[in-house]
Design a protein. Structure first.
Length: 256
């Protein structure tokens, strides 16, 4: 987590060493691509000790559309592919596991514009989908992997601050509902696929954005999730343990 904070703070310092001015726009549309590093970690449900982790990289494309008037409306979508390396407390390691991620969020808020800045308070509704494709792969100890799907539904509550060509944004993510599906049948046809409901958790998003000449811009960002132990599945035998996800990256975008 300290690496993520250092990366993010460095991005903010880079932004504030630039003096190019940028007038506020009532409508913004952006297309971009991004690269990030990602760490996922699970904790043991009994003593909260390390259970397993996956760390690696993601690369993706995204779009952003925002309108400012008496109300602020926004819509962000991103789609990414990456690879992560698996490390566990008892089932060995596994390299190059494919990871797919889709996320979309709608926003509604109120902007307050001053002489040199604009501040927007907002909320909204978001959906996040992740596919971790460990199925048909074996770990260093010979244990078989299985595919896992994760779905989050959440509400963001945040503030966006604009001054000149700079933009800072922070969001608290209120977790509404999640569902984790584990395809244990990838290990053996004798095993059932398991679905676990998740009800407790939270997250945050932090971004620092710089608009430059020629309709181009840069954004440093950090996303973080902390999800509590899930409910037991319908058989009463399986649960999804507490887990955290940290993602930090750089986005390059063009306005149109």
């Amino acid at each position: 987590m300290n690496k993520f904070k250092s990366f993010f703070i460095s991005g903010i310092l880079i932004l504030f060493t630039t003096t190019h001015l940028y007038s506020f726009e009532d409508q913004k549309s952006e297309l971009g691509f991004y690269f990030s590093t990602k760490i996922y970690e699970e904790r043991h449900p009994v003593d909260n000790s390390f259970f397993m982790s996956q760390d690696g990289w993601m690369i993706g494309v995204d779009s952003n559309s925002e309108t400012y008037s008496d109300l602020y409306t926004g819509f962000k979508t991103r789609l990414a592919y990456g690879q992560v390396d698996y490390t566990s407390n008892g089932t060995g390691t596994m390299a190059g596991v494919p990871d797919y991620q889709f996320e979309t969020t709608g926003y509604l808020g109120i902007p307050f514009e001053g002489s040199n800045s604009r501040t927007t308070l907002f909320s909204g509704l978001g959906f996040r989908y992740l596919l971790n494709q460990m199925g048909l792969k074996a770990s260093s100890t010979g244990h078989s992997g299985y595919d896992r799907e994760s779905r989050y539904l959440y509400m963001p509550f945040g503030i966006n601050y604009e001054a000149g060509s700079f933009e800072l944004r922070g969001e608290y993510l209120y977790f509404l509902y999640g569902q984790q599906k584990s395809y244990l049948s990838d290990v053996s046809s004798n095993f059932p696929d398991i679905t676990n409901d998740q009800e407790d958790g939270s997250g945050m998003k932090l971004t620092a954005k710089l608009y430059t000449e020629g309709g181009m811009g840069y954004e440093f960002y950090m996303d973080y999730w902390d999800i509590a132990d899930s409910k037991l599945d319908t058989t009463g035998n399986f649960m999804e343990p507490r887990n955290t996800t940290s993602e930090t990256g750089l986005r390059i975008f063009w306005t149109y």
